[in-house]
Design a protein around this ligand. Structure first.
Ligand SMILES: [Zn+2]
Ligand SMILES: [Zn+2]
Length: 248
């Protein structure tokens, strides 16, 4: 791996480590680029598990300081992991324009009109459909550079068994990625947490589409930037012969 575009720190409230520790870890692993991509803050702080709105300025200052310190050693990109919530799009654009958060990725952790479906809760067909619809609408905005953990919604659906609904969901998502030329992520944090994703059946199916793939650590602690889980993701990609994008 030459670059990692998916990194969280203590600022997201479910990770640990200072930003500088992640940069140090990336430099030690020999990476050429790293994007720091907290879960984007929302004014209403409705999703508890993310950076709080009032933490943004101190976070941004801390990130700028870390960038100054490490900029000679590694290319550092400011980014955010975002859900597609139509009412938040203007705020995402504001972070891009006014604060330089150039790399926005789509990481949809909730779906439904009122964000009522939690991606980590048990799900049925209705929830999967809502997830695929949100992802496709989100990608159609042209704001997002890649799709994080495309198959995350399969987690806790149908006792984690593959079925025609999984196939339909993933086909809808891959069609959108293909249409808008959006790379799909092979997420090492799913491997690290022994979760369902990356789902082998989902990625075998993805080969029917013209897609590019990105391995990301989705690190939530500094040592995870390039760890055994990332190496497992590399083996996964090799085994399935998925064409990897080394850098964005
Ligand atoms: Zn996270
Ligand atoms: Zn993430």
């Amino acid at each position: 791996m030459r670059a990692n575009y998916h990194t969280h720190s203590k600022w997201c409230h479910h990770g640990t480590g200072e930003i500088e520790d992640f940069l140090e870890s990336a430099v030690n692993a020999g990476l050429e680029e790293i994007a720091i991509t907290e879960h984007v803050p929302h004014k209403d702080n409705l999703d508890y598990n993310r950076m709080w709105w009032e933490d943004f300025i101190p976070f941004d200052q801390s990130l700028e300081k870390a960038i100054q310190k490490y900029r000679q050693k590694i290319k550092i990109i400011k980014g955010f992991e975002c859900e597609y919530y139509p009412e938040e799009i203007e705020t995402y654009k504001m972070f891009q324009k006014e604060y330089g958060y150039e790399l926005l990725m789509l990481g949809q952790h909730r779906a439904g009109k009122n964000r009522e479906f939690d991606i980590f809760a048990p799900k049925g067909q209705k929830e999967l459909q809502a997830y695929a619809d949100a992802v496709c609408e989100g990608l159609s905005t042209g704001l997002f550079r890649f799709l994080a953990h495309p198959d995350v919604a399969l987690l806790d659906y149908n006792e984690n068994k593959w079925d025609p609904v999984c196939e339909k969901t993933m086909r809808q998502i891959y069609q959108c990625c293909e249409k808008y030329s959006i790379p799909v992520e092979i997420n090492a944090n799913g491997i690290r947490g022994q979760r369902r994703y990356p789902d082998k059946n989902a990625f075998i199916l993805s080969k029917e589409y013209d897609l590019q793939y990105l391995i990301n650590s989705d690190a939530h602690f500094p040592e995870a930037v390039y760890d055994e889980a990332v190496q497992e993701a590399e083996r996964f990609a090799k085994e399935l012969d998925l064409p990897l994008l080394e850098k964005l």
